[in-house]
Design a protein around this ligand. Sequence first.
Ligand code: URA
Length: 247
Amino acid sequence: MGEKMRLDRLVASQFADVSRADVKKLCLKKKISVNGRLMARSDEKVDTDDEIIVNGERLVYKKHIYIMLNKPAGVVCSTKEGDSMTVLDLVPEKLMRQGLFPAGRLDKDTEGFVLITDDGELSHRMLSPKTHVPKTYFVRLEKPWEESYREVMAAGMTIDGLREGDSEEKCLPAEFTGSCENVCECTLILHEGKFHQVKRMFEKLGNKVVYLKRTAIGEMPLDRDLQLGECLEILHKDVEKLLAVKC
Ligand code: URA
């Protein structure tokens, strides 16, 4: 048994461009059936597990949706439309619904894994400083990395404040791995998300980030086949992997 809900609310919640009034019109046009029965009224209560057919297509109710986006540079992690393209502009029509937002932010010039969802509770859990969900970054530096970075970062380094006059900020211990193949490339795992954190950490160490990509959130890596700008729907049980971390 699923959840009991008004038909119009249920159907409208699954699409960005279908209102409750539209559901009423669809019922009048005999375009919606539930468990084989044509629905004349859109305010009737149905079960979310019922077999609901809209315009000839089975609607599989999902309380929330979770989307993995491989964000390209130049796109902002915001829901607001401004001059720049937002991550929501990259969500394909079939995955679009009301209330979507990016759970966490990457800088405009950062690429990689952004989770887009309408699940506020999960987003809160994922971003809470108490949960410490690890985020993995591939980093390319201006100058070769130094062995000393590992120890400094593991101890929890201090970074400068964002603006002049702001006090320094203490970071949680982070895991640093230098690449064997390229001395300017490395991987960093953070357990928090301070603004511009990766860039500020390397700046403090006298280096500079020239390219940044988030490659994993929690236990879930960015899908290797997902091209920049592409989205992939992920299942709720898989999203729980994001949070499968030691707190
Ligand atoms: N750290 C940064 O500096 N930028 C990001 O986008 C993410 C982490």
